[in-house]
Design a protein around this ligand. Structure first.
Ligand SMILES: [Zn+2]
Length: 196
């Protein structure tokens, strides 16, 4: 269990891990805290956007869309490896997922299959949306994968978590396929290396 970092500390931690951060609008105060809790935080969740075009992708994740108001994550990682901060606090990215998975993340144990949608993920996870079509063909540039590892490691380092606290949306919520195009096992290995 952990208290979410302040927005300022979050920014400092990302920069200290060597990421290129872009602050978008009033990101520090843009959140969904009025509709539900934020924290305790237990992990980091990685997504793909299924969109093309960095500017449109960042704007979509900041504003959201009809039926799903933004922010849709905390940071958008574009193909150039930049991390665009669009919100901070509760964000609409994780939806309802599996309480068994949450327990495994908290215990940093191997993940069970996600077969239930009974737990509010937006309360418990930092979230990063990554610009990719998610068709299994759209490439993931090395600098983008590196940025995913860096933001994840930055958060894990702050909270004293291992790479096992970083999961993909597809490991949380039944029916989700993101991120697609790399494996979360390979990403966790990168994060583990960074945390050494
Ligand atoms: Zn997702």
């Amino acid at each position: 269990m952990a208290t979410p970092m302040s927005a300022g500390r979050f920014l400092d931690r990302l920069r200290a891990e060597g990421t290129t951060v872009v602050e978008v609008g009033d990101w520090e105060n843009h959140n969904r805290n009025q509709v539900g809790p934020w924290g305790p935080v237990n992990g980091v969740m990685i997504h793909h956007t299924a969109t093309r075009g960095s500017a449109q992708t960042v704007e979509l994740c900041r504003k959201g869309y009809e039926g799903l108001p933004g922010p849709l994550c905390h940071g958008v990682i574009t193909k150039d490896g930049r991390v665009h901060l669009v919100g901070y606090g509760r964000a609409n990215h994780a939806g309802l997922g599996d309480d068994d998975v949450l327990r495994a993340v908290i215990a940093e144990k191997a993940l069970p299959t996600d077969n239930e949608s009974n737990t509010d993920g937006n309360r418990h996870f930092y979230g990063f949306e990554c610009e990719n079509l998610g068709d299994g063909k759209d490439p993931w540039p090395e600098r983008q994968l590196d940025a995913i590892a860096r933001v994840s490691a930055a958060i894990c380092r702050h909270h004293g978590w291992s790479e096992r606290s970083v999961i993909g949306h597809l490991e949380w919520q039944p029916g989700k396929v993101d991120p697609r195009g790399f494996s979360m096992a390979s990403m966790r290995e990168r994060i583990r290396e960074r945390l050494k």
